[in-house]
Design a protein around this ligand. Structure first.
Ligand SMILES: [Zn+2]
Length: 316
C-alpha cells in the first residue's frame, strides 16, 4: 500500500482489511511504530510516535486509510517516543491506564526538556571517530535526536483522559479492539492491543523485532509473565514497538531474551561479581545481530540490581 500515503517518518503497510501499521523509518522523526484500525464508524491510532511532526503525518495517514480523523489514540506506555505525537493527532480521546496517565503528567514535560538538553552532545558523539555506537544503530539514533531537536522547545503533552485498569474494549460496526494491561514489564504500566478476529497484537515496547528490548525502566521477571499471557492469545501478527512486523515467534523470542538476561544477572549475583562486571558480559551469540546492542549492558545491570535486591530481601 505504498501509494496510500508517503511520509519521511514511516511507511504504511496494510496487514488486514481495515488494519494498517506505520513502521517508523530509521532516519525519520517517528521512532516508534503505530497501528491504525478502522473499527467501522470509529478510527483508533495505537501510539502517536516521537514528535508532533510525525503525529501530524500519522493523522493524515489515518484519514487516508480509514476516511475518518482519529477518534481514539491509545498510548501503550508513558515513554515519550510513544506519546509526544498525541497533540498533533487531535483525537477527541486519548486512552491508557491510570498509571500511564499519572506518570505522563509527572514526568513527560521534563523528559522532553532533558532530551533537548543532552541530545546536541549525543549527536556530536555519534559521528565522533571511534564512537562506541555500532554503525547499524546510528541512523535510528540520529533520527531520534534530530526529531526531538527539530520539535518545539516545550512539547504540548496530552495525557490520557480515558483510563482503565486491566481491560477496555472499544467496539465499532466492523470490529472491536481490546486494550489489555497486565501491569508493568517494560515500564511502570504497559498496554497492548488485541484484535482477536485478525489474530493480531499491537505490543508497544513489550515486543521488539531485531532490536534489544529496553529493560532500564522495567521489571524483566514480570515482563516474562506478561509475554507468556500474551502468547496464549495465539496471535500470528505482532506489531512491535520498534522494528518490522513480527509473527507467532516474536513474543517467545523476547521472552527468551529476558529469561537469558535474568539468568545471567542472577548468576553474577550468586558468584559475587560486581554490577560493572555483570554489565560487561558478552552478548550471547543469538542476539549479536540485534540492533541497539549498547542496551545489553544496561539491561544486565538493571536485572542485576533487581536480582540483588530480591536476594537481600530473601537470602537463600
Ligand atoms: Zn518504551
Amino acid at each position: 500500500m505504498a501509494s496510500l500515503f508517503r511520509s519521511p517518518h514511516f511507511t504504511i503497510e496494510r496487514i488486514h482489511s481495515g488494519v494498517w501499521v506505520a513502521i517508523a523509518r530509521p532516519d525519520g522523526h517517528g521512532l516508534c511504530n503505530s497501528g491504525i484500525v478502522d473499527l467501522g464508524g470509529q478510527t483508533v491510532v495505537f501510539d502517536s510516535m516521537l514528535t508532533p511532526e510525525a503525529g501530524a503525518a500519522l493523522r493524515t495517514a489515518a484519514r487516508r486509510a480509514t476516511g475518518r480523523s482519529p477518534d481514539w489514540v491509545v498510548n501503550s506506555h508513558w515513554h515519550g517516543d510513544h506519546i509526544w505525537g498525541n497533540s498533533a493527532l487531535r483525537a477527541p480521546h486519548v486512552v491508557s491506564t491510570r498509571t500511564v496517565r499519572r506518570v505522563i503528567e509527572r514526568r513527560s514535560r521534563e523528559q522532553w526538556r532533558e532530551c533537548r538538553r543532552v541530545f546536541p552532545k549525543e549527536l556530536r558523539e555519534l559521528d565522533r571517530e571511534g564512537s562506541p555506537v555500532a554503525a547499524a544503530d546510528r541512523r535510528r539514533l540520529r533520527g531520534w535526536f534530530e526529531g526531538v531537536l527539530a520539535g518545539p522547545r516545550v512539547v504540548p503533552v496530552v495525557p490520557p483522559d480515558v483510563t482503565f485498569e486491566e481491560r477496555l474494549v472499544i467496539t465499532g460496526s466492523r470490529r472491536s479492539i481490546e486494550l489489555v494491561s497486565h501491569g508493568g514489564g517494560h515500564s511502570p504500566s504497559d498496554v497492548f492491543a488485541h484484535l482477536p478476529d485478525e489474530r493480531t497484537i499491537f505490543a508497544g515496547d513489550l515486543a521488539m523485532v531485531g532490536l534489544h528490548p529496553s529493560v532500564g525502566d522495567g521489571w524483566p521477571d514480570r515482563w516474562i509473565g506478561i509475554l507468556a499471557r500474551m502468547e496464549e492469545l495465539g496471535a500470528d501478527r505482532v506489531l512491535p514497538g520498534h522494528g518490522p512486523v513480527g509473527d507467532r515467534r516474536t513474543l517467545a523470542a523476547v521472552r527468551g531474551y529476558l529469561t537469558d538476561l535474568v539468568a545471567l544477572a542472577s548468576k553474577a549475583v550468586r558468584d559475587g561479581r560486581s554490577a560493572a562486571e555483570a554489565a560487561g558480559v558478552p552478548i550471547p551469540e543469538r542476539y549479536r545481530d540485534w540492533q541497539f546492542s549498547f542496551m545489553f549492558g544496561e539491561n544486565v545491570a538493571r536485572a542485576y540490581r533487581l536480582a540483588r535486591r530480591s536476594r537481600r530481601r530473601s537470602p537463600r
